[in-house]
Write a protein that binds this ligand. Structure first.
Ligand code: FES
Length: 653
């Protein structure tokens, strides 16, 4: 009679296999994605499957209860030691005895899909460069005088089809004691990226290493440094955090940092040291938050603008301060993290730096492209990543343009009188009643509006400390809609606006959002200076977008994606009221959160994505804002709120 039929779900892959074939073997032969770290030895439990019994009309088969082998000793032992969920079997131990339908649960898939944070986003497929392998190495003997590393390499070849491996001196020193301690069973972490070449031995542990390995995806911005600590096996984000870039003391924006390097001998090295210290501190903070040993961080992906790129790499950014803005290199880089003085993490960890697009358009823009994929879009999409520099992409399947625009740090809450980064205590949403001119607001970390019952108690712990970037955007737009601001951005007096919240402030006026001074707290208001800073920022962003539209020969785009420097949720309506973005139907404006950070996370988890973005970057057309006279024209025209030149039909509707 025929061999039993084995059907895997959810892939639907099927085939006939001889009785006694392990499920893991059948899965491999059919190309079914079933994980295994221990290579079928019944110790890692990565291969768990759920067999189904009964009728399967969809597949036209009937399976009996005894379609799989009974539990064997290995499975019994595993069950006793750690337990298996009901209905689960170890795929490497259970063998085929009859027709059977086998479900592979998501956590048992190697290329599992990781959900991204933004609702609209596609999942990330796990295919990391650094992976763990459990391996049994042959003991040395007098007749076979090969070294331990060579026997490890041979074992990896036989058990995992890994080719050549290379090992640093620092790990070579651990090799012999670890092999002996593990009784010739060890787990190794190997780094193997898309550039080919030998796999690098990153670390080695005795026996089965169950502590996992981790990676850091870092978005190094001029104002904020954001990092995600991710499990390299599951893709899970264990901790996310951000800190202010301590280089701010050398200058708020990029050009002032380049000038610092030009004016002060050794200034570039000083800034390099400062940012590397911050990267180490961030790595340690994230590891502590996730309660993992920081030396288990085996890989970093880094995205940043060109000036930060050079400063992090220890390259003097002076050439980036003047035309033609030549980069030391625009290619991606793969290098040991210790060359960046990353001492807090695994000493052999690798760093992948995404490619830069041009001298003014950095690896952060490349990361945004990787995350938002304008090059795969059917319709014309404008992607704006709003930070101290805005990275702007415009394009579709046929063509993608990119530029960067110097918005300044106002959108991140810097240079704003009550500004702060997005953290608990910061006002993130504001509404102003057009009749009473009274504000109500929400604070990060509190689920209530300020006029709801229980708000005071809920906010007691963090206090109300300032306004973050998304809060200031909403505040300015709401002030305009409530008639507190004229189109040129001038705040009215109490007499003009009819609210005592508009107070005199020198020769101008401020609007008071929250006065906590009675309780020793801060006075949070929007000053005329704040409005001017936001006007400059939004004009720069809009002018950049317009310049790309000119270049593309269009005066409308089909949709807009707003991405924030630190996951800030910019409200589409307020962005449009402010005139940050061109006019499109409101439902065609979406938020992508921290797209550059997501791009860094995609590159961390998927090596093929690295190759893909390197190719995409080569095909993107770069547009230089700094030398383009039309940029200045658009910039000036965009200063009013929303602004004076372009029609905003969607806004009036
Ligand atoms: Fe490791 Fe089955 S493959 S337990």
């Amino acid at each position: 009679s025929k061999d039993p039929l084995v059907i895997f779900t959810p892939s639907g892959k099927r085939g006939r296999f001889a009785r006694g074939t392990p499920i893991l073997t059948a899965a491999r032969q059919l190309g079914v994605d079933l994980d295994s770290v221990c290579g079928g030895r019944g110790i890692c439990s990565k291969c768990q499957v759920t067999p189904s019994y009964g009728e399967f009309s969809k597949h036209g088969v009937t399976v009996a209860d005894d379609a799989l082998s009974e539990w064997n000793a290995v499975e019994e032992r595993y069950q006793q030691k750690r337990g298996l969920k009901p209905g689960r079997r170890l795929g490497c131990q259970a063998t085929v005895q009859g027709d059977v339908v086998i479900d592979v649960p998501p956590e048992s898939q190697v290329h599992r899909q990781v959900v991204r944070k933004a609702a609209s986003a596609r999942a990330i497929t796990m295919d990391p460069a650094t992976r763990l392998y459990f391996v049994e190495v042959q003991e040395p003997d007098m007749h076979e005088p090969t070294g331990d590393l060579e026997r490890l390499e041979r074992a990896l070849g036989e058990q995992w089809e890994i080719g050549e491996i290379t090992a640093d001196l620092s790990v070579l020193g651990k090799l012999q004691p670890t092999l002996r301690k593990g009784k010739w069973q060890v787990t190794v972490a190997l780094y193997h990226d898309h550039t080919g070449g030998p796999a690098r031995l990153i670390d080695i542990w005795p026996g089965l290493h169950e502590g996992g390995i981790y990676g850091l995806a870092i978005d190094l911005g001029s104002t904020t440094i954001a990092g995600h600590l991710c499990n390299l096996d599951t893709g899970e984000v264990l901790a996310s955090s951000g800190l202010m870039n301590p280089q701010i003391r050398f200058g708020e924006d990029l050009m002032s940092r380049v000038s610092y390097a030009m004016m002060n001998p050794g200034g570039d090295a000083e800034m390099t040291r400062t940012v590397r210290e911050a990267l180490n501190a961030l790595a340690q903070e994230l590891a502590d938050e996730a309660s993992i040993d920081a030396t288990l961080i085996c890989e970093i992906t880094l995205v940043c603008n060109p000036v930060m790129h050079h400063l992090a790499l220890g390259i003097d950014p002076v050439e980036l301060g003047q035309a033609p803005f030549a980069l030391a290199t625009s290619d991606s880089l793969s290098l040991p993290a210790r060359e960046l003085d990353m001492t807090a993490i695994n000493p052999r960890a690798r760093t992948y730096v995404l490619p830069c697009i041009a001298g003014h358009v950095g690896a952060d823009a490349a990361a945004v492209a990787l995350s938002e994929e304008p090059d795969k879009s059917e319709d014309l999409v404008l992607v704006c990543d709003v930070g101290t520099n805005a990275e702007i992409l415009l394009g579709n399947k046929t063509r993608v343009l990119a530029c960067s625009s110097p918005t300044g740090p106002a959108f991140e809450g810097a240079q704003i009188s009550s500004g702060q980064r997005a953290a608990p205590g910061a006002i993130e949403r504001i509404e102003i009643d057009p009749a009473t001119k009274e504000p109500r607001f929400r604070v990060i970390g509190v689920e209530l509006w300020s006029d709801e019952d229980g708000f005071d108690a809920a906010v007691a712990e963090t206090g109300i400390t300032g306004i973050c970037g998304s809060g200031i955007i909403e505040a300015v737009a709401e002030m305009r809609m409530a008639g507190l601001l004229d189109p040129s951005g001038l705040i009215g007096s109490a007499a003009q606006t009819g609210t005592p919240r508009c107070v005199a402030d020198g020769r101008t006026h401020s609007y008071v959002i929250h006065d906590g001074t009675a309780e020793g707290g801060p006075l949070i208001s929007v000053t005329q200076g704040d409005i001017r800073a936001i006007q400059l920022a939004k004009s720069a962003l809009y002018a950049g977008a317009r310049l790309l539209m000119d270049e593309m020969g269009v005066d409308r785009v089909d949709r807009v994606v707003l991405a924030g420097a630190f996951g800030a949720h910019i409200s589409p309506k307020h962005a449009m009221v402010l005139g940050m973005i061109p006019d499109v139907p409101l439902d065609r404006v979406t938020s992508a959160g921290n797209a550059a950070g997501t791009g860094a996370r995609i590159a961390l988890h998927n090596v093929a994505a690295r190759a893909a973005i390197e190719k995409t970057v080569r095909e993107i057309t770069k547009v230089e804002t700094a030398i383009e006279p039309k940029f200045q024209e658009h910039f000036v025209a965009a200063n009013a709120i929303p602004h004076a030149t372009d029609p905003f039909p969607e806004l009036s509707a």
